[in-house]
Design a protein around this ligand. Structure first.
Ligand code: HEM
Ligand code: HEM
Length: 237
């Protein structure tokens, strides 16, 4: 298996980054959900909390934030790498709607790998009394004041963007499994180790609408998510 993608299969670097990020995201989401649940319990006057509960919640939040930023940096590398690479051709170029949907989800996934950690980082920078990120580069961000209202708005945006990310991951997995088990094509095998026996995709040409349409749809979905997130942040208690 070569390092770079070919028109038949993904190369080693793309595959390694894809599955590494999958494992990191599989860890960071439950960490965020559990830590946020524990923080809610700490704020609830009906639930008695001990010092150990505070320490545990801070520990989980610090882990969540540090891993989230590691995802941000790995995503930057992944996107830079993807920009230098060709992609394997479509296995079913005669199904433009499916290809359009898959590309839209890919754009949502790539952008969420940056937007979700970025909005978490902004929330962290605007919050006072926070669990620290475990790194030596400081806890604040330029131009982001410590402000409870701003922190609540940013937390709302972080939450809605995570939900878009989770939905995109679910659609992506369903689409991949459909290719593997229903269409029985090589879509999944192209992203797994090996792949020497995978045939070349059929000849194809894509129109401008097929290339750029998914980017526009993904942008429109993000604009909607941003508006909902800001609205949620304003109405959060
Ligand atoms: C891919 C990366 C990330 C994912 C998937 C993610 C996901 C999550 C999830 C699922 C929650 C729980 C939300 C809920 O209450 O339902 C959460 C909360 C939170 N995350 Fe992240 N996160 C990521 C990165 C980050 C980073 C890098 C930071 C900070 C440096 C961060 C800071 C926070 C904070 C402060 C909260 C609590 C927000 C609140 O007060 O409601 N996250 N995150
Ligand atoms: C955190 C979860 C995941 C993220 C963020 C993610 C992200 C991505 C992205 C951005 C691409 C596009 C690569 C490109 O062509 O530029 C991709 C491709 C792919 N992913 Fe995932 N993925 C995730 C989980 C999974 C899982 C669990 C599976 C298997 C069930 C999977 C199977 C694939 C396959 C087969 C492709 C190639 C699709 C094609 O050739 O059109 N992914 N993934």
């Amino acid at each position: 298996m070569g390092l770079s993608n070919t028109d038949r299969v993904y190369g080693f670097v793309t595959k390694a980054l894809h599955w590494l990020m999958f494992l990191m995201i599989l860890t960071v989401i439950p960490l965020g959900l559990v830590a946020a649940g524990m923080a809610q319990d700490l704020r609830n006057p009906d639930i008695a909390s001990t010092g150990a509960d505070f320490t545990r919640t801070f520990l989980l939040f610090s882990l969540h934030k540090t891993l989230g930023l590691a995802i941000f940096l790995t995503a930057l590398m992944r996107i830079l790498w993807a920009a230098t690479q060709s992609r394997p051709g479509l296995l079913n170029p005669d199904r433009p709607v499916g290809a359009f949907a898959a590309r839209t989800v890919h754009w949502l996934l790539y952008s969420s790998l940056l937007l979700v950690p970025l909005t978490g980082w902004l929330t962290h920078a605007a919050t006072s009394g926070f669990a620290p990120i475990w790194w030596p580069f400081g806890q604040s961000l330029p131009f982001v004041p410590k402000d409870d209202a701003l922190a609540a708005t940013l937390a709302g945006v972080h939450m809605v963007m995570q939900r878009v990310m989770m939905l995109s991951i679910a659609l992506h997995i369903i689409g991949t499994l459909k290719h593997h088990f229903v269409d029985r094509d090589a879509t999944l095998r192209r992203m797994l180790p090996g792949g020497r026996d995978i045939p070349a995709p059929p000849k194809q040409s894509q129109t401008q609408a097929q290339l750029h349409g998914p980017i526009l749809v993904a942008l429109a979905l993000w604009a909607t998510a941003l508006a909902i997130g800001v609205g949620l942040g304003f109405i959060a208690p």
